[in-house]
Design a protein around this ligand. Structure first.
Ligand code: ZN
Length: 184
């Protein structure tokens, strides 16, 4: 597409840290200058259907995919990928190819899982980044600075043996600071 290398900007943080809102803000700058933009989200993320929607109410249309290979075929200058932690290691070669093709890539994701461990492919994606925005939330228990994602099942901290990704379960999440974060 161009001789220039692309750039990777990762927007990481715990839940409720405003990652999608920040992504939409960053993309709006490209819209002003007429860059073509596409957003991909994983089919595991069933919130909001085919929209990437922020808590501020801003939203953009997204393409729902289940395999990173579906991201590779795009003609857009700006490629955004939401909730990268849901994609497997197959996301890494796809991102590298997008960068080799000169695209501007924006990726959001949870850097830690509910246990506070590095989440899936995110550590590698962050290591490849040219720029990282690390966002924080407010702890829903003590109102301090939250950097962790608390999983609650029936109101109790989830066991560390609980699956990393729960689909359609009775799980519930809160933003927590490291002091208030609990693993059962
Ligand atoms: Zn706290």
């Amino acid at each position: 597409m161009t001789d220039k290398q692309g750039r990777l900007h990762v927007i990481a943080g715990c839940m409720s840290s405003g990652k999608t809102g920040e992504l939409i803000r960053l993309l709006s700058r490209h819209q002003v200058i007429g860059d073509s933009i596409v957003i991909y989200k994983h089919s595991v993320d069933t919130r909001d259907g085919t929209k990437a929607r922020s808590r501020l109410g801003t939203e953009r249309e997204a393409i729902v995919v289940s395999d990173p290979a579906e991201i590779a075929c795009t003609d857009c200058k700006v490629v955004a990928i939401e909730e990268a932690q849901f994609f497997g290691d197959g996301l890494v070669p796809v991102v590298r190819q997008l960068l080799n093709d000169g695209r501007l890539v924006y990726i959001t994701g949870l850097n830690q899982d509910f246990r506070g461990e590095p989440f899936g492919v995110m550590p590698v994606i962050m290591a490849l980044a040219d720029e990282i925005s690390m966002l924080t939330a407010i702890c829903q228990r003590c109102h301090g600075v939250a950097t962790r994602t608390q999983r609650l099942i029936d109101g109790k901290p989830a066991s560390k043996d609980s699956p990393t990704v729960l689909v359609g379960g009775a799980d519930y999440y809160e933003a927590r600071c490291p002091d208030c974060h609990e693993v059962g």
